[in-house]
Every structure is written in structure tokens, then in C-alpha cells.
Design a protein around this ligand. Structure first.
Ligand SMILES: Nc1ncnc2c1ncn2[C@@H]1O[C@H](COP(=O)(O)OP(=O)(O)O)[C@@H](O)[C@H]1O
Ligand SMILES: [Mg+2]
Length: 183
């Protein structure tokens, strides 16, 4: 019988405002990692809200529950050798710290990336029309506009995407994984 060394997984959490570029960067990074033969999972907030977090809203409590559920799934994946890329707003610092703590408890790498696109740029991009709907009074509780966003105080990486291409942003995340010996 032969045994093979298990790859080291990690959670890469991309936090930032709506339209900051989280999903775009996660896709680029995920594609590159897959092409290199890594086991990869992208846990996108919008998709997860349709199943794992179906029924949850956007109150502080529900946003926290959403983040804890995703954090749990991601930690399980990462602990079992998967590179788990998580493009999820996660607006509250204490929610993110709980996820970090869960990873630390099992010795699983947790890499927090702040996709730090300014709100002015995000609202111009407005990929899903949320900023326009908020401005027109048809939506309330938009993160970074009329709902809180607590920026990370000590992220592994800050991405000013307004000055980068998506490829460059994804390459910067990849470089952090490489520095830590995870790819
Ligand atoms: N450096 C960059 N990184 C990521 N997205 C970028 C960048 N520059 C421009 N964009 C554009 O910004 C938009 C970000 O949308 P998306 O990834 O859906 O945001 P989010 O998932 O954070 O809501 C896309 O249209 C993308 O092409
Ligand atoms: Mg997204």
C-alpha cells in the first residue's frame, strides 16, 4: 500500500464592498489554481445565499450567521487539503474574527484579503445595480452606503483594484499563497 502526502489547504477570504471585485478575483485565482492541479473550491456569497443560507436576510444577526456557516464549510474544506476561496462581503470584524479563530483552533491557514475598492468606484461599477437602487430609494441596508462595513485592521493583503487589472489583483493573492508555501 502506498501513502501520499496530503496537500495543505487554506481559506482565502476576499472581503470588500459590493462590486469591489471579490467574485472576479476569486474566479481568476480559482481558474489558475485549478489549472495548476490544486484542489479548489470557490464559495461565492451570492450562490450560497441561494442554498446554505436560504432564508437569511441582511440584518446584522443574519449576516453574521451567513458568514459563520460559510466559515465553517470553508474551514472543513481547507483542513482537508482544499484551497477554499471565499468572495463574501463579511462586513463585521467580529464575524471575521470568529472565522479566523475557528481556523486557528485547527491549525488551518486563514488568509484575509481586503478588496479595498473605494465606494465611489464600486458605485460606478455597480455590477448588480444595487447602488442605483439604493440611490433611487428602492433598497436600504446596502453595505458601505447605509449599512456598516468594518474594514479589516490587519489583512494579509490589501487590493486597490481601481489601480489594477483583475489579473493583477489575482496574481497578488497568488503571491501571498506562494510566500506561505501553499501553492
Ligand atoms: N482589479 C480588479 N479586480 C476585480 N474586478 C475588477 C478589477 N478592475 C475592474 N474590475 C471590475 O469590477 C467588477 C467587480 O465585480 P464583482 O467581481 O462581481 O464584484 P463583487 O463580487 O465584489 O461584488 C467587474 O466588472 C470587474 O471586471
Ligand atoms: Mg460577488
Amino acid at each position: 500500500m502506498t501513502t501520499t502526502a496530503r496537500a495543505q489547504g487554506a481559506t482565502v477570504w476576499l472581503t470588500g464592498l459590493p462590486s469591489a471585485g471579490k467574485t472576479t478575483i476569486a474566479r481568476h485565482l480559482g481558474d489558475r489554481l485549478k489549472a495548476e492541479g490544486h484542489r479548489v473550491e470557490v464559495l461565492d456569497g451570492d450562490e450560497i445565499r441561494r442554498f446554505l443560507s436560504a432564508g437569511l436576510g441582511f440584518s446584522r444577526a443574519d449576516r453574521n450567521t451567513n458568514v459563520q456557516r460559510i466559515g465553517l464549510v470553508s474551514e472543513v474544506l481547507a483542513r482537508n487539503g482544499v484551497l477554499s476561496v471565499v468572495p463574501v462581503i463579511a462586513p463585521y470584524a467580529d464575524s471575521r474574527e470568529a472565522v479566523r479563530g475557528r481556523h486557528e483552533a485547527s491549525g488551518t491557514p486563514y488568509i484575509e484579503v481586503h478588496v479595498a475598492t473605494p465606494v465611489e468606484v464600486c458605485s460606478e461599477r455597480d455590477v448588480k445595480g444595487l447602488y442605483a437602487r439604493q440611490a433611487a430609494g428602492r433598497l436600504t441596508g446596502l453595505t458601505g452606503v447605509d449599512d456598516p462595513y468594518e474594514p479589516p485592521t490587519d489583512p494579509a493583503l490589501v487590493l486597490p483594484t481601481q489601480d489594477q487589472t483583475p489579473r493583477e489583483s489575482a496574481a497578488a493573492v497568488y503571491a501571498v499563497l506562494a510566500e506561505r508555501g501553499l501553492v
